[in-house]
Design a binder for this molecule. Structure first.
Ligand code: AMP
Length: 361
């Protein structure tokens, strides 16, 4: 694997083509790189900001072979990229950053929770669930409110059912798709935060300031910065992330979501091997954005300074909310980002706004 920094003019391949890929492509272009995106859609949001797009299935070996010829390094913008895709690219001589080891952890909630446990990171109590009988037994043990989550392909609250004692396990298991799942004890938290961290090729790590996140209907609604998380908890989050980044020989941006309460401290919920919706504000409020940081890491460049210079709030525009763009675009001091998605389906992330305020002392 070449470890010298990638020179401007080189091509970075991005697997996945949503808004995260789009914003990564914009950051890469700013640093002088070409981007080629890869994914099944014909005309996706990320392709609008890239020099080229290859539309093919993630396991299409011929297309991946051609993509490998075009790119100098590859990365991904979502965690459900098949590990086979990464193996094919690596076999063709393309470095893929971060390494696919993290995909196996992040694609399966049970593996992820076991990984946290092994790393000594507190999580909610969990029970593996293969069928309705397992769920009935797990609900008895949980003996309180809990959440059934599919092990794979859950996001934005999808593939989840909230349960309380007395609910019918059979109906709940079926409502969740009848697929391998986990039951998670309900965490009584004060608020939710996320740590967005980066590790460069040389092993150096940098952390963005931690935002406090609020959700609506299971979808991120706002990220507020600063979070108000006590300093001791911030230190624990940094130590946790550093240990995980080093353990995985990670290169790129990694996000860990935590619940926080005064009573129980930080409890890890999940992690994402990528830039994150709760870090979009880093574009406006930090010296280096999460997108540039990821591109710097993947290209083997020194990490940028993540210093936050303003307070503020990021608000997602979901579904029809993005239709307010004429009014939003006229608001002084509001930064509007739209993802170039055609249809504003309910629950679909269409864009976001960032409003900065002066930094509190
Ligand atoms: P997830 O898909 O795991 O990120 O869950 C989506 C949202 O559901 C989280 O951001 C929380 O607001 C809530 N949630 C998930 N798991 C739990 C839990 N064990 N206890 C309480 N709330 C949860």
């Amino acid at each position: 694997m070449p470890s010298s920094p990638l020179a401007p003019g080189a091509t970075i391949g991005i697997l996945g083509t949503g808004q995260l890929g789009r914003m990564l492509a914009m950051a890469a272009a700013r640093l002088g790189f070409r981007v080629e995106t890869f994914g099944p859609e014909q005309d996706p949001p990320a392709a609008h900001a890239a020099a080229a797009h290859m539309s093919a299935d993630y396991e299409d070996e011929g297309a991946l072979g051609a993509f490998a010829q075009n790119v100098d390094v590859a990365t991904y913008e979502f965690e459900n990229i098949p590990t086979k895709t990464v193996s094919i690219l690596k076999a063709a001589g393309v470095p893929v950053r971060p390494d696919e080891r993290v995909l196996a952890v992040c694609q399966d909630r049970l593996e992820e929770k076991r990984y946290f446990e092994k790393a000594g990171v507190p999580t909610a109590p969990i029970w593996p669930v293969e069928n309705a009988e397992d769920l009935a037994a797990a609900m008895r043990e949980a003996a309180g409110p809990a959440i059934l989550k599919t092990r794979r392909f859950g996001y934005d609250g999808k593939g989840q059912v909230r349960l309380k004692p007395g609910d019918d396990p059979k109906a709940a298991f079926e409502a969740c798709g009848g697929v391998p799942s986990i039951l998670e004890g309900f965490v009584d938290f004060d608020f939710e935060v996320s740590l967005i961290a980066a590790r460069g090729l040389g092993g150096y790590a940098a952390f963005f300031d931690i935002p406090r996140n609020t959700h609506r209907d299971g979808i991120l609604h706002q990220s507020h910065f600063p979070s108000g998380l006590p300093k001791e908890a911030v230190d624990i989050a940094h130590r946790t992330a550093k240990a995980i980044l080093d353990d995985l020989s990670y290169v790129g941006v990694l996000t860990i979501e935590f619940f926080w309460s005064k009573a129980s401290g930080l409890i890890a919920n999940e992690m994402a091997p990528r830039v994150h919706n709760s870090g979009h504000w880093t574009v406006e409020a930090c010296d280096t954005s999460q997108f540039e940081q990821h591109i710097r890491a993947v290209a083997g460049w020194p990490l940028g300074r993540p210093r936050r210079h303003s307070d503020g709030v990021m608000t997602n525009l979901i579904g029809a909310e993005a239709g307010d763009w004429p009014a939003l675009s006229a608001e002084p001091g509001l930064a509007l980002t739209l993802y170039g998605k055609g249809e504003a389906r309910p629950g679909r992330k269409m864009g976001h706004t960032v409003v900065l305020t002066a930094q509190s002392p």
